[in-house]
Design a protein around this ligand. Structure first.
Ligand code: HXC
Length: 290
């Protein structure tokens, strides 16, 4: 396979014959990625797409893949033109969990004192909104990764599950906590204690996903939602995200206090002034992310 520098040198030729390949493989700085594809999407190129691309192993999550995802997310987080991110997999699998083959020889000692899972939850540190577009299997660590995102859209074939119990272990990247908070104790217990999966429809009914689409339309619809988010003030969007996330971590009183402070903070921004002026003047707001 050609190296990044070769691709860059041959850029103009490649761009003419294969623009998609060029955009996908060379966008993210330092990103000659092996296990993911990154791309800028949307009419204004303001959506960052990260696609897990280890199809032979159903996108099983292992350290090199996680490192690439984190690297790509950092690039999109720091790119001022990007307003929202979409994380997806393939049509068969979002991710079928942590890589069981990689995990099978680990010991308590190597897990506890080593780096295992150290940076698997970097998604939760993102300030920009991230949408998980889940087709196929989202199992174990795959389901946990989707739940770290802000919004989950599902394809009609999606299946969510925490089957770790069948392997003699338990979820280790937030599954027992995030699933329980979202779907409630009874369904979370049932899924985690039996290892049974739920369908896209059941996941929607339980509040785990917000919308379901045909498999082939899923990413397009997730990008459409991300574009809508990216068209608002990026600054104020981050405040809204911070405030919603507080609902999972604080008491109601503390959450409401934080919300009030962030609401007041919006009055220190040009975008709040622009948004309200635009309404009064009956025109579309032109946010400057300031
Ligand atoms: C490593 C995996 C894998 C996984 C699938 N593969 N899931 N490899 N880790 N989690 C590999 C298979 O070994 C196989 O490789 C290839 O992907 C295709 O898988 P098949 O099983 O042949 O496909 P299929 O019959 O369609 O079944 C799909 C499946 C099944 C139902 C998703 O693969 C499955 O049950 N996978 C394991 C799911 C799971 O238990 N996840 C939780 C993991 S624990 P080869 O080389 O044989 O062709 C976990 C802990 C998280 O996530 C805690 C911290 C993050």
């Amino acid at each position: 396979m050609a190296s990044l520098s070769t691709l860059l040198l041959r850029g103009p030729t490649l761009l003419r014959c294969c623009p998609r390949l060029f955009a996908a493989r060379t966008y993210a700085a330092g990103g000659d990625f092996k296990y993911i594809i990154t791309e800028k999407k949307g009419k204004n190129n303001n959506v960052g797409l990260v696609q897990l691309n280890r199809p032979k192993a159903l996108n099983a999550l292992f350290q090199p893949l996680i490192e690439e995802v984190n690297q790509a997310l950092t690039v999109f987080q720091e790119d001022p033109s990007i307003g929202a991110i979409v994380l997806t997999g393939t049509e068969k699998a979002f991710a079928a969990g942590a890589d069981i083959k990689e995990m099978s020889d680990k010991t308590f000692q190597s897990c506890y004192s080593g780096k295992f899972l150290k940076d698997w939850d970097s998604v939760t540190q993102l300030k920009k909104p991230i949408i998980a577009a889940v087709n196929g299997y989202a199992l174990g660590g795959g389901c946990e990764l989707a739940m770290m995102c802000d919004i989950i859209y599902a394809g009609e074939n999606a299946q969510f599950g925490q089957p770790e119990i069948l392997l003699g272990t338990i979820p280790g990247a937030g599954g027992t906590q995030r699933l329980t908070r979202v779907v409630g104790k009874s369904l979370a217990m049932e899924m985690i204690l039996t290892g049974d999966r739920i369908s896209a429809q059941e996941a929607k009914q339980a509040g785990l996903v917000s919308k379901i689409f045909p498999v082939e339309k899923l990413v397009e619809e997730a990008v459409r939602c991300a574009e809508k988010i990216a068209s608002n003030s990026k600054l104020v969007t981050q405040m809204a995200k911070e405030s919603v996330n507080a609902a999972f971590e604080t008491t109601l009183a503390e959450g409401v206090r934080l919300e009030k402070k962030l609401f007041y903070c919006t009055f220190a921004t040009d975008d709040r002034k622009e948004g309200m002026s635009a309404f009064v003047e009956k025109r579309k707001a032109n946010f400057k992310d300031n």
